[in-house]
Ligand binder design. Structure first.
Ligand code: ADP
Ligand code: MG
Length: 474
């Protein structure tokens, strides 16, 4: 509107004033690009600094024990000086851009004053028209200056927005297929019979089968080759073997954190990919090596597995895994605050709570991946007794180093290089006198030595070398 008024008032003078607009647009386009690029760099280094900072805090003890503080400091200083560099660049760009816009606006006002003033002296222009003209020219450039200011902020916001949106737009590699989604639409309703899952199939999980499963994390580096295994509800499968053999990979596949690259995994005879992912994973209970608790009370942490559980059910779950006694001995019992990440409790105590949490959720498939590796033998024995309650009626996978944890499994698989080397019960495998026997004998010796240290009064009089008979006396 103001541009039209300027031209109507004084066509020649108006065009002269407006002639600064094309260079203004051109310069703005250039700076918009520059500002966006430097804002992106600023965001990038900002997240690198945040990530490095968070990692440094997490690994604090390792850093201290290896006296790596100076190296970490140097790394952090490197990142922050890069951040400093791009921030200065970004600030310089806006410090140059905004004055250019202001200068161009003032130049236009100067042209109006110069040419218009000459017109007033010549008598071709009245003073009133000139005053009105200069007033309108000022009105024209005010919003342009404001837009320039906003443009700088917008480039910063766009760079930040791009990062958030690209994260939100990431499609998970594993999800429900179109057929499953259609079934969920049809069946996932409150009036669905209780024995049906949200995808219309029966809700129970009776068998889990690995059928000719191949798997690779990266193309060309197979981890599992033609892996076959069938597990029935109520059965406990123990996986043993050297690290890197593929034990965790097997349970990652059973949990559908990954999907097979060849062959299939079937639940009740149906390919897992034809079942609802959310339904399947809601039937999983997983306890890993490093138990993770959230800040809050012990009770809240156990309830995390099933939000509608009553206090009585929570205590029942804790009793089943032998956690009740130690919880009651805490300062405020079940209401004791566990601290951030559970850091006011020992690893063994955290692990007992995470077992209670897993049990409360009442999973159909229970997975323990080295869950007892980082705890003392005493807590392990407590857990050991509680495990019976957890394994009851479920499909369970147990990966453990301590062979005492897996002795009672229905089937023990010795895994090496992604294949089953041996399979059978504890007694059967010992009788084979092969890999498992070697593993067990070695381990047994270590456990016996550890016991000798623990219980000073233990009389070491046995000299049998057959681990199967030692087993009973231990
Ligand atoms: N996320 C991953 N990405 C790439 N390779 C992996 C990943 N996890 C494990 N691996 C590889 O797969 C193999 C089996 O690992 P894993 O199943 O963790 O063994 P285990 O639990 O028996 O120690 C190893 O060679 C390991 O390097
Ligand atoms: Mg592992």
């Amino acid at each position: 509107m103001i541009a039209i008024i300027l031209i109507v008032l004084q066509p020649v003078l108006g065009l002269l004033v407006l002639s600064v607009v094309p260079p203004l647009i051109w310069i703005s386009a250039i700076f918009q690009k520059k500002l966006l690029l430097s804002s992106r760099d600023t965001r990038k280094f900002n997240s690198m600094i945040t990530a490095s900072f968070a990692e440094a805090l997490q690994g604090l003890r390792t850093t201290k024990s290896l006296v790596r503080e100076q190296e970490n400091l140097r790394e952090f200083q490197g990142l922050s000086s890069q951040m400093y560099g791009v921030s200065i660049q970004n600030a310089l760009q806006s410090a140059v851009y905004i004055p250019i816009v202001l200068t161009l606006g003032s130049l236009a006002a100067g042209i109006a004053l110069w040419r218009g003033g000459a017109g007033v002296i010549d008598g071709t222009l009245t003073l009133g028209t000139l005053v009105a003209f200069i007033f309108y020219a000022g009105q024209f450039f005010n919003p342009i200056n404001q837009i320039a200011q906003v443009l700088v902020q917008m480039q910063g916001a766009q760079a930040a927005g791009e990062r958030v949106l690209s994260l939100l737009a990431t499609v998970p590699a594993i999800g429900d297929s179109e057929e499953v989604t259609a079934k969920l639409h049809q069946w996932d309703k409150p009036d669905r019979p209780t024995d049906l899952a949200p995808d219309g199939h029966p809700a129970g999980i009776e068998t889990l089968e690995f059928r000719h499963v191949d798997f690779a994390y990266t193309d060309g580096e197979p981890v599992l080759k033609d892996f076959n295994l069938t597990v029935q509800a109520g059965q406990t499968i123990a996986l043993v073997g050297a690290s890197g053999g593929g034990k965790s990979t097997i349970v990652n596949l059973a949990a559908r954190f990954y999907e097979p690259t060849g062959g299939s995994i079937l639940v009740n005879g149906h390919d897992l990919r034809d079942r609802s992912l959310a339904w399947y994973q809601s039937n999983l209970g997983i306890v890993l090596q490093g138990p993770h608790l959230f800040s809050g009370s012990v009770r809240e942490n156990i309830r995390y597995g099933r939000l509608d559980a009553t206090d009585e059910e929570i205590e029942q779950a804790a009793r089943s895994v032998n956690a009740d006694a130690f919880i009651r001995a805490l300062e405020n019992g079940y209401d004791t605050d566990v601290g951030e990440g559970g850091n006011r409790l020992s690893t063994g105590q955290k692990q007992l709570i995470s077992f209670a949490r897993a049990l409360l959720a009442n999973p159909r498939i229970f997975i323990m991946d080295e869950a007892t590796s980082s705890i003392d033998t005493e807590t392990e024995q407590l857990i050991q007794q509680g495990l019976k309650a957890i394994f009851e009626g479920r499909i369970s996978f147990v990966i453990a180093h301590r062979l005492s944890t897996i002795r009672t499994a229905d089937r023990i698989l010795v895994i090496e290089k992604g294949r089953i080397l041996e399979s059978g019960t504890h007694q059967e495998l010992l009788a084979q006198k092969a890999h498992y026997h070697a593993l067990y004998t070695h381990q047994f010796q270590q456990e016996r030595e550890a016991k000798l240290f623990e219980v000073g009064g233990w009389r070491y009089s046995q000299t049998q070398s057959d681990p199967a008979s030692l087993d009973k006396s231990s």
